[in-house]
Design a protein around this ligand. Structure first.
Ligand code: ATP
Length: 795
């Protein structure tokens, strides 16, 4: 039996062992070890009293008529004989303690830290004692056992009695130093302490013996004598009481360590918490397994994306046409012109784009780039062509670029960019195909990364087409469930075609008839409503413990967010404002403030702004707006100043118009030919989408009640109040926090409904007016005051 148990114990590789055992098995095995420890202890102790009588029984183990005197009968007599007589003698009792402690560790799932060390030291003790007793009490073989006796015999053959004695002494020193951290200093301290305690406490014989280990070999003998009765108990007693520093290492102290080890059970609790979270995952996993991931597109499951044939080729099917003559002519012109300024050219390379050709020049060695840069205007003048832009140097290349417009510009059709594999394969959240770069590559960017876009350009240079290109890109790539547009069109004519897709793609205020906003006062409400939507979305993100809309939607799709708690799939919202200058002129701060808020904060929650303006003056594109719109597009503008206002660089004044544009995302400026999408194409696309099954209504934004109508003057009829009005009022008053999300969470309502209730509460004078991102003030102190207020109301 003992061997069986020893195997797992003595294997230091306990990790595998721990992992394999379940909690129940640990308890069972722990219990077994403890009981075995106790059983062996009794059998060992009893062996000393009964071994003589039981001698005859040893060979009669299978004979049921024979009975042993040992407390554990023949089992005890045999085990005692094997372990004590043929083994280690009286020190074998330590083994029973080791078994018991191991059992305790398993039974209470205490970490096994230090257990191995105890076993090692325990075994060292057993062997040392066995040899020591074999040496000092050779006449009593039961004390040292056969091992002690034989080992002595063996060692004395080589080292003699003195040698063995010295070896034992050395062993004792090792044990004292390594196990008890014994040093001469501690011994002195210990003796001092002892002296004091002797004065105050009653003396007792065992305590006097405690000094023995360091006194002399005589002392050693005395201990041996004492041990004949109950050696371990004496040791324990000594250490516990008198040598606190040594306590931890004492064998019997294992029981005390258990108390400390109970702290380890806290670590076990942490494990439990982990299991709980796993369980949560499992529930969502189960949901996903049962119903599949949440599919936001399911409601319009049969929705068909617009087809490519709705878009025209615009006669550019054959690609770019530029003749060799033109290339040569331009090259010669450039070389000539630069020669006039004494700039030699080492190399020249042409990249033909749809509207312009880029001539990349490597000047002769020694020509300073700054010289070319200074001559920029003169060179442009000498080349005498509209739309020349000089880039000196081309960032990251060290060459100088001269962009010269092609005589016959090629229209980049929307169809070609939509059909490009770059766009088709784009794994972006809001991919936009703007057009083609100078090297004829389709230029695709992610609006979600921009995160907002400012477009400016003089009238007739391609802004509206640019906006249409953006919207078309999204229509070709995103399902109606994934993106919603808020369209603001003060000119009233540019975006009207999108009315047809109102119930698919547009978002609007609950009370408005038209989804496309053309009225400036409605713009203010819409922008503020978007701010509320933003706050609401942030609240949802906070509750879901995610950082952005992408993570939120992923979590929602994985069914880890419960719709009953107000969670829902959040579509991206793209706010498009055409003629922003006009809006700023009429509404000023009222528009600027919410736009600035949205621009600053809305990126993470999936609201993206696209602002287009004809007049890029500083009072329209103010510092705060500019700071939050790192992505900017400049179509042709009339002055360098305008170019600087938009791009913080010049160049937009040298564009050729008709969709020729510069795009910057903060660092380099890229020249792009905007894709052309004509009104009839938009009409076809919107018709195609509009004719399909749609949602019952446009996506509704949260209600916003303007400042002038705010306060208790909101005309909410008492009879029109929500059924949960009273409950919501109590929630708000108790929490003293006027937030819609609180109502939503506590009463498990949707956002819109919670928002309506908040408005009703405001009308009833229970909460104060909307204060931006802050919670509304609660105007009622307690439930009693609430009761009074509501009972005094007249219907
Ligand atoms: N990418 C393009 N490719 C070819 N032609 C274009 C492109 N963009 C615009 N155009 C031409 O320029 C004309 C004016 O474009 P657009 O209506 O977009 O200008 P705009 O800047 O919106 O003007 P406004 O500010 O007056 O509305 C278009 O009718 C079209 O003929």
């Amino acid at each position: 039996m003992a061997k069986k148990v020893r195997k797992p114990k003595s294997t230091p590789v306990k990790k595998g062992f721990t992992l394999k055992l379940s909690k129940q098995n640990k308890i069972i095995l722990g219990g077994l070890l403890m009981i075995l420890g106790v059983a062996l202890f009794f059998s060992f102790v009893s062996f000393y009293f009964t071994w003589e009588d039981d001698q005859s029984v040893l060979s009669e183990f299978s004979n049921r008529n024979e009975q042993a005197e040992n407390l554990l009968n023949k089992f005890g007599a045999n085990v005692g004989h094997v372990v004590i007589y043929q083994g280690f003698g009286i020190s074998s009792i330590i083994f029973t303690f080791l078994l018991f402690i191991s059992g305790l560790h398993l039974f209470f799932s205490i970490t096994k830290k230090g257990l191995l060390r105890r076993w090692i030291w325990g075994m060292v003790f057993i062997i040392w004692f066995s040899i020591a007793l074999g040496f000092f009490a050779a006449s009593k073989p039961l004390l040292g056992g056969m091992v002690g006796f034989e080992m002595n015999d063996f060692l004395q053959d080589y080292g003699g009695k003195v040698g063995v004695f010295l070896m034992l002494l050395f062993g004792l020193i090792i044990i004292l130093v390594r196990l008890f951290q014994f040093s001469p200093d501690t011994a002195v301290n210990y003796i001092n302490k002892k002296g004091k305690s002797l004065a105050s406490e009653l003396k007792s014989p065992p305590i006097t013996k405690n000094n023995a280990p360091e006194l002399s070999t005589n002392g050693g003998k005395m201990i041996a004598k004492e041990e004949e009765e109950s050696p371990i108990v004496i040791n324990t007693y000594t250490h516990k009481k008198d040598i606190p520093a040594l306590e931890k290492e004492d064998i019997e102290d294992d029981f005390q360590i258990n108390v400390g080890a109970e702290e380890d059970t806290i670590a076990m609790e942490v494990e439990k918490i982990k299991e709980e979270t796993e369980e949560e995952d499992n529930i969502s996993d189960k949901l996903v397994a049962d119903f599949g991931e949440f599919d936001p597109t399911l409601e319009l499951g049969n929705y068909k994306f617009p087809t490519l044939d709705l878009l025209d080729q615009h006669g550019a099917a054959g690609g770019i046409t530029i003749n060799q003559e033109e290339l040569e002519e331009n090259k010669n012109k450039i070389v000539e012109t630069l020669k006039n300024y004494k700039i030699g050219i080492a190399q020249i390379k042409a990249t033909i784009g749809p509207t312009v050709t880029l001539y990349e020049i490597v000047p002769d060695a020694g020509v300073r780039i700054s010289k070319i840069k200074n001559l920029e205007d003169d060179i442009a003048l000498s080349l005498a062509a509209l739309g020349i832009r000089i880039i000196a140097p081309i960032p990251g290349k060290g060459t100088i670029g001269i962009e010269v417009p092609n005589k016959n510009a090629t229209i980049v059709s929307m169809r070609s960019v939509i059909a490009s594999s770059k766009f088709q394969k784009a794994e972006m959240q809001l991919p936009i195909a703007f057009g083609k770069t100078i090297s004829n590559e389709t230029f695709v960017v992610d609006l979600a990364k921009m995160p907002h876009l400012l477009m400016a350009g003089a009238t007739g240079q391609g802004k509206s087409v640019g906006l249409n290109a953006v919207l078309t890109s999204l229509l070709y790539k995103k399902h109606p469930a994934e993106v919603k547009f808020v369209l603001i069109d003060p000119k009233k004519v540019e975006l009207t075609l999108f009315n047809k897709i109102e119930r698919h793609y547009l978002a609007k205020l609950p009370d408005s008839e038209d989804a496309i906003i053309t009225d400036n006062t409605k713009v203010i409400n819409t922008l503020n409503s978007l701010c509320i939507e933003m706050d609401n979305r942030y609240e949802l993100l906070k509750v879901a413990m995610v950082r952005n809309i992408k993570e939120y939607n992923t979590k929602f799709k994985a069914r880890k967010l419960n719709p009953n708690d107000g969670h829902m799939f959040l579509p991206y919202i793209v706010l498009v404002i055409d003629e922003f200058a006009d809006l700023i002129m009429t509404a000023g701060k009222e528009v600027e403030t919410p736009i600035a808020r949205l621009a600053q904060l809305a990126r993470a929650i999936g609201i993206h702004l696209i602002i287009a303006t004809q007049r890029p003056s500083v009072n329209v594109i103010t510092g705060i707006i500019k700071a939050n719109f790192p992505a900017r597009i400049a179509f042709r503008v009339t002055s360098k100043i305008d170019s600087r206002t938009i791009l913080d660089a010049q160049g937009a004044d040298q564009l050729i118009g008709r969709g020729d544009m510069l795009f910057t995302q903060g660092n380099d400026v890229t020249r792009i030919q905007c894709a052309f999408v004509d009104t009839p194409e938009i009409a076809k696309i919107t018709k195609f989408i509009g004719s399909q099954r749609a949602y019952p209504d446009a996506h509704l934004l949260p209600e916003y009640v303007g400042n002038d109508e705010s306060g208790t003057s909101i005309d909410y009829n008492i009879s029109d109040r929500d059924a949960k009005f009273r409950e919501a009022a109590e929630v708000i008053v108790i929490a003293q926090q006027g937030s819609a999300s609180l109502i939503q969470r506590k009463l498990k309502l949707g956002y819109n409904r919670a928002g309506r209730i908040i408005d009703q509460l405001e009308a009833a004078g229970i909460v104060g007016p909307f204060e931006g991102s802050k919670a509304r003030q609660v105007l009622v102190q307690d439930i009693y005051a609430l009761d009074q207020l509501l009972s005094n109301e007249t219907p």
